[in-house]
Design a protein around this ligand. Sequence first.
Ligand SMILES: Cc1cc2nc3c(=O)[nH]c(=O)nc-3n(C[C@H](O)[C@H](O)[C@H](O)COP(=O)(O)OP(=O)(O)OC[C@H]3O[C@@H](n4cnc5c(N)ncnc54)[C@H](O)[C@@H]3O)c2cc1C
Length: 383
Amino acid sequence: MTRFDYLVVGTGLFGSVFAYEMKKAGKKCLVIDKREHLGGNIYTREEKGIQVHQYGAHIFHTSDRRIWDYVNQFAQFNHYINSPVAVYGEELYNLPFNMNTFSKMWSIRTPAQAREIIESQRTQALAELGAEEGSWEPGNLEEQALSLVGRDVYEKLVKGYTEKQWGRDCRELPAFIIKRLPVRFVYDNNYFTDRYQGIPEGGYTQIVEKLLEGTPVRLGISYRQFLKQNEEKGAEADVFDKVLYTGMIDEYFGYCLGELQYRSLRFETELLEGCDNYQGNAVVNYTERQVPYTRIIEHKHFEFGTQPDTVITREYPAEWKKGDEPYYPINDARNNELFARYRELAAKEEKVLFGGRLGQYKYYDMDKVIAAALEMAEKELGQ
Ligand SMILES: Cc1cc2nc3c(=O)[nH]c(=O)nc-3n(C[C@H](O)[C@H](O)[C@H](O)COP(=O)(O)OP(=O)(O)OC[C@H]3O[C@@H](n4cnc5c(N)ncnc54)[C@H](O)[C@@H]3O)c2cc1C
């Protein structure tokens, strides 16, 4: 029998940061994961010298100096800046919507010209919708987007992409999905507005390996399987004071109140031998609905790779059903209410903590996950 302070379920960023902080404070953790590798969704693997982001492109960005310093302890970050481009038919545009996008779309040069076109298209759209600005509320996502950016940007860059993402027509989607569509009247293709940004040279997996160095880890075993095996050991069973669970909260409770819903993704990865540069950019979005994937990632460009081959991944949005990989929580009224009820159950579990994107049923960027794990660790340690 071994006594542990914590059983940590999940080797993703949340579980790993928590386990690292606990180890530093002299506590003993055992970490398990049902997958065969460390890192959860930030896992990267090497192929032909290229770091492949197995679960979708991951770009680290934050404005929090403390988190930036923290993550830089475990890897050297490069100066990658996310500047995606969008393909619409034969046309190619810079993202996010900025002066480069507008000058290409309308053959104009100045911010005043761009503002004038957007304003006139918005006004026209609102008139067509019979809306009087001020009192009018958009009835669906299409109306919302038209009222924010006008017809050209909506039809070329928003409509098809959003319809693919959600698997539904924009007129059938609720307006709240798009609260804002930021437009920039400067020539600036940097997607994020955070102060710090980059990709860890050599991939993300090394970060998790370092976080878990010296902590026992068991891979390829689910929480339920682990509990069963441990119980079978009888008097030899390992003992834990507490559990940190970073899996799906509804699964933990056996779906007793019903299932929370997600959007999923399907990744199709291809090694292109002999092709040293397939698309000239790490991220290319395809904004037409007829093209079945939403984007193609060319992994080598995250690290300015010069290898003779390349690896690309086509990303297809997918409906989620039980057993599929849950990527994005659907935080609509039905799911948020259900999650609130699961959270009430969770509050009664005195010896179990719930953390991370699945335990909290929330889309979290990596910096926010680290901050939340540090906060939980500090609370546990009474700091
Ligand atoms: C497609 C995509 C792109 C993203 N891009 C970015 C980006 O560019 N920048 C950014 O900052 N963030 C990005 N994110 C968010 C980032 O992935 C998350 O912040 C982070 O991975 C969350 O870590 P986590 O530990 O909470 O969850 P996870 O990484 O999901 O880890 C949970 C772990 O628990 C394990 N587990 C679950 N249930 C059980 C169980 N019952 N038994 C045993 N093990 C279990 C899982 O196998 C998994 O390894 C992106 C997310 C997605 C989906």
